[in-house]
Design a protein around this ligand. Sequence first.
Ligand code: IPM
Ligand code: MN
Length: 368
Amino acid sequence: MREHRIAVIPGDGIGPEVIREGVKVLETVSKKLGDITFEFRYFPWGCEYYLKNGQMMPEDGLEKLEKFEAVYLGAIGDPRVPDHVSLRELLLKIRFGFDQYINLRPVKLLEGVPCPLKNKGPKDIDFVVVRENTEGFYTGVGGRYKRGSSEYNRLAKIKKTFADSEKIVTQVGVFSSEGVERVIRYAFGLAKRRGGHLTCCTKSNALNYSMVYWDEVFKKVAKEYPEVKTDFAFVDAICMWFVKNPEFFDVIVADNLFGDIITDLGAMIQGGMGLAPGGNINPDGLSMFEPIHGSAPKYTGRNVADPIATIWAGQMMLEQLGEKKAASMIMKAIKKVLKDSKVRTKDLGGTSATSEVGDAIVESILKM
Ligand code: IPM
Ligand code: MN
C-alpha cells in the first residue's frame, strides 16, 4: 500500500466546489485500485481567513505544507481583498517558497469539446506550455519614485515624459542564469520525451536584455539536445499562431508573464478555462496542482462551475507522484465523459451541476 499525504487548499469562490470533485475522484481511484491511499489535510487559507486574521495563511504556513508530498489548490481571490495582496501572499508565496520553477500547462483539446477555432480538432490542438514560475516580472522588484528621489533622478534622464512627471514607477523583470537555464533544460527534456519539437517564446526584438539573454541560453542548451528540433517565436506571433496554426506547436517554453498570458489563450482553444489544468512543479521538491482559472466569485456556491480543470490537475498530481496507472484512469474517465457529451456544465453548453460532472467521472472510473 502506498500512502500519499496531500495538503488541500480549497481557497475562495468556486475553489471549494471544484476541489470537492477533485478529491472525490482521487478517492475513487484509490478505492478502485486498492493499492494507494491518500491522506488529505485541509487548510482553510484564503481571503475569508485573511478577513478574519489579517493574513492569507499563518506565519508558519509554508512549514506546515513542507510535511506533504503535494499541494492541491482550488482557487484564490475575492472582491473584498485586493488581488495583488491575496495572490502574492498565498499562491505566489507557495510557488516561490517551494521554488516551483516549472509551471506545466497542457493545452489539449479533447474529443467532444467544442473548439472556437474553425476546422480545428483534437489532432490539431495538443501541446504543452512550460512556463517559468519564479522569476521575471513576478519577482516583485520595482517601486514608485517621487520627483527628487535618487532613483527618480536616475530614471528621469532616460526620456522627457519621465522628467516631466511627478512620479516614476517601475516593475522590473528579473532573470537569473540559474532560473532561465533550468526551465529551458526541463522543456528540452520534455520535448525529447514527447519526441517533438520545442519553441522558444520570447520577445527579443523589443526586450533587449532579458529576452535576448533568454534566446542565448536556449541556443546554448539546445546543443545538448541535438534530437530536439527547435524554433523561435515572439510572444505576439505565438498568439496569432495559436489561433491560425495550433497544430504547429508541441512544447513551448516561456517566461513567467508571457507564459501566463498565452496559457489563457491556450485554455480557450482547448475549450475554455473550465478545462485547463496546471502544475507548479519543483522536480526535486514539493509541487502544487491547480486549475488555471480563478475563483469566479459570481458563480460561487451555485454548483455550476466546471470541475474538470481541477480533476485534471489532480491527474497531473498523480503523474508527478509516480502513480501512472491511477493518473491514466482519471484521464480516460475525463475523456469518456467529455466524449459522451451527456453530462456537462454550462461552459460547455450543458446544464449539469459541478457535482454531477464529478459523479460521472467517478462512475466511469468505477466501471473500468
Ligand atoms: C495563473 C494566474 C496567476 C498568475 C495570478 C492569479 C497571479 O493568472 O495562475 O495563471 O498570473 O500566475
Ligand atoms: Mn493566468
